[in-house]
Design a protein around this ligand. Structure first.
Ligand SMILES: Cc1ncc(COP(=O)(O)O)c(C=O)c1O
Length: 479
């Protein structure tokens, strides 16, 4: 190590990200020392054994190695000529998947190794627009159709959120409203870009619904201190709460944003994780409201795909505002910003394409695809219910909201005097090997204590660890 000292950006030095904070760091140390650890601190499904969707992986591997397409066909011919071999029809990639891969390859031009347009492959952006139109029922004559030129393909939703925050925060007093509790990408990025975090508080006991009063009171308190509030972030379904926002809450946010001239970031990365509940997109709720700029985010990391490591997602802009002092609108400036990084990674872009254009009934791969999708989502819901059932046996633990996303955020009503939720999570880790995140890492209403658990481990792991957790809890809180 060099003795030289460098002054660095204090904002980066000061930012915090609890999801990979002291508790997960301690968990990693314990694991290195040979202890069995269950990492429930992060929504990283494949790290906990979730199987990737076959269809996605087949397409991606064929695109990375296009010679495999012809080889698959040759092998299948050989098999058909030698029906007595040990192979079966299902050992080969479906012809529909091969044909689709050829189609995608042709659209990419020279394959995945070349830079794309700064906004991302045009055909993928069009597929994203078609997906939004299908999802939200936007018909051609409605005037609401998504515009592929206002869609940016990004290296995950984190990248998309940071792009918008980086552009909007121009000075220290620029405020961004975020829900408390929140996913720390937002607090950390606001810090990194030098703006002001403005907390607003969803109503926990009312299933984390949003009220106009709560929004106004946060806004008024911030403006009274000289903060120029510019943006409001909404995470639906929520992280860390897992709560699914009801229609009225969404409309309250839109009306509130309109009144105060704010733009909205709608982080909708968990839109597939609603387990029978209803997801309503901000784009749909916004309808023909033209005065509220909306930045909607989606990602390949969550849902039933869980392709976190492939880093893909998109940002859709509706009603882009003009950039003060220029003739540019926000989409123009986002393009300028995107061009500096050249493009999002191509595998993530293709994963995003596959996410927004699932196989239809004419595609022979559809049956397996749907079976895998239902299995993943069904398992997640079942595991969430197992964890909920364990809470019912823990003294003073309550959990609110419908089940969504990949998390439960129970409130710990009873802790020994002087102990915090951080202490609790650390002790839980040391005793049971279960790695959760303390509620204070996401922010929480003063005087309350929580933790977040991602309900991603296998059923067997949960069956083993939940009784240990119940025993730990009841002993810990009762001194
Ligand atoms: C609410 C929310 N937004 C964004 C992200 C980041 O997603 P990505 O992997 O697409 O960057 C996460 C990851 O956990 C998240 O929970």
């Amino acid at each position: 190590m060099s003795e030289q000292k460098i002054n660095v950006n204090q904002n980066i030095l000061q930012m915090e990200y609890a999801v990979r904070g002291p508790i997960p760091q301690r968990a990693a140390k314990l694991k290195d020392a040979g202890k069995d650890i269950i990492f429930c601190n992060i929504g990283n499904p494949q790290a906990l054994g979730q199987t990737p969707i076959t269809y996605y992986r087949q397409v991606i591997s064929l695109l990375e190695d296009p010679a495999k397409i012809a080889r698959e066909r040759q092998l299948k011919n050989l098999f058909e000529e030698n029906p007595y071999s040990n192979l079966h029809e299902s050992d080969f990639v479906d012809e529909d998947v091969l044909a689709l891969s050829e189609k995608i390859l042709a659209k990419t031009g020279k394959g995945l190794g070349a830079y794309t347009e700064s906004k991302g492959y045009r055909f993928v952006r069009q597929a994203v627009a078609d997906f939004i139109n299908r999802r939200d029922g936007f018909a051609p004559e409605s005037g609401l159709m998504a515009d592929s030129e206002a869609i940016f393909l990004t290296d995950g939703a984190s990248d998309a959120a940071k792009r918008v925050l980086n552009l909007v925060i121009s000075k220290k007093t620029d405020g961004v409203m975020i829900p408390i509790p929140q996913y720390p990408l937002y607090s950390a990025s606001i810090k990194a870009f030098g703006g002001t975090q403005v907390n607003y508080y969803p109503d926990e006991e009312n299933d984390w619904a949003l009220s106009r009063e709560a929004l106004e009171s946060a806004y008024n308190a911030a403006t009274a201190q000289g903060t120029d509030v510019k943006l409001i972030v909404v995470i639906n379904p929520g992280n860390p709460t897992g709560a699914i926002l009801d229609e009225q809450s969404i409309h309250e946010v839109i009306a509130f944003a309109k009144t105060h001239g704010l733009a909205i970031i709608a982080d909708e990365v968990y839109q597939e994780n609603v387990y029978g509940g209803e997801f309503i997109s901000f784009a749909k709720a916004l309808g023909d409201e033209k005065d509220v700029p909306l930045f909607s985010l989606h990602s390949i990391s969550k849902g039933f795909y869980g392709e976190c490591g492939h880093r893909g997602g998109y940002l859709e802009v509706r009603n882009p505002p003009m950039v003060a002092g220029t003739e540019m609108n926000f989409v123009d400036l986002l393009l300028k910003q995107a061009s500096v990084s050249l493009c999002a990674n191509t595998v993530g872009q293709i994963m995003t394409y596959l996410m927004v254009s699932p196989p239809d009934e004419a595609n022979t791969a559809q049956k397996q695809f749907l079976a895998e999708k239902e299995k993943v989502l069904g398992d997640l819901y079942e595991k969430a219910n197992m964890v909920r059932a364990a809470f019912a046996q823990m003294d003073g633990v309550e959990v609110f909201g419908k089940t969504g996303a990949m998390y439960l955020f129970p409130r710990l009503n009873k802790l020994p005097a002087g102990k915090t939720d951080f202490d609790y999570c650390m002790a839980l880790l040391e005793e049971t090997g279960l790695c959760t995140v303390n509620g204070s890492g996401f922010g929480q209403a003063e005087g309350t204590h929580h933790l977040r658990i991602a309900f991603l481990p296998s059923r067997e792991q949960l069956e083993d660890v939940l009784p240990k957790w119940i025993a730990f809890h009841n002993r810990y809180v009762n001194g």
